[in-house]
Ligand binder design. Structure first.
Ligand code: IMP
Length: 186
């Protein structure tokens, strides 16, 4: 990747600013803290896209909370959703038995990834499973899904930044921007 001092060469427009993200993540963190008071939920961060959101969200939660990570992907190197969902845990697996799990995701698109992850957690004996997603593209939904905590609904455009990538690039942008279509059509 070339060093991009000029983000305008890849970003068509900024959709969500850094300040808007901070305010919303603080609000969702407070809501989760209220609704899970007296319990110790487990945040399950879906790698790789949600690492930045999960890290900020965790600091906005004021009750005891744990964090684990799994890798789940239905995308590979493309901007078009492909078939299966690949779910992997770290060495030693993932113990969610009797835990209140909050899945932390970067974006819900067709809903395929989270439908697969929810089933995986239910099969592993989680006590409850809720979804917290940074972004949602409701127009694109194929697998109906209840998303309890949602930061921003966005239109059907391909976005990058704040952890979201295109072909493993642009995750470090502190805002969410619409990627110029020529970047993924060339
Ligand atoms: P789903 O399984 O179709 O819901 O896809 C969810 C996954 O697709 C997310 O975790 C992202 O990795 C990826 N994705 C969907 N839309 C975008 C986008 O606009 N930018 C970057 N990644 C996206």
């Amino acid at each position: 990747m070339e060093e991009f001092k000029n983000v305008n060469s890849v970003i068509e427009r900024v959709l969500i600013t850094e300040d808007e993200i901070k305010a919303k993540v603080t609000e969702i963190g407070a809501k989760i803290s209220d609704e899970y008071r007296g319990r110790e939920p487990l945040m399950l961060c879906i790698l790789s896209g949600s690492f930045m959101f999960a890290s900020d969200l965790m600091r906005a939660i004021t009750i005891p909370v744990g964090i684990s990570f799994i890798y789940a992907s239905s995308y590979g190197d493309s901007s078009i959703s492909s078939g299966d969902v690949d779910i992997r845990t770290g060495k030693g697996g993932l113990d969610v038995r009797d835990r209140d799990v909050i899945i932390v995701e970067d974006i819900v698109d067709t809903g395929r990834t989270l439908t697969a992850v929810k089933k995986y957690l239910a099969d592993k004996g989680a006590k409850s499973v809720e979804i917290c997603s940074f972004l949602d593209k409701p127009e694109r939904r194929v697998f109906p899904l209840e998303v309890k905590y949602m930061c921003f609904d966005i239109p059907n455009e391909f976005v990058v930044g704040y952890g979201l990538d295109y072909a493993y690039k642009y995750r470090q942008l502190p805002f969410v921007g619409v990627l110029k279509p020529e970047i993924y059509t060339k």
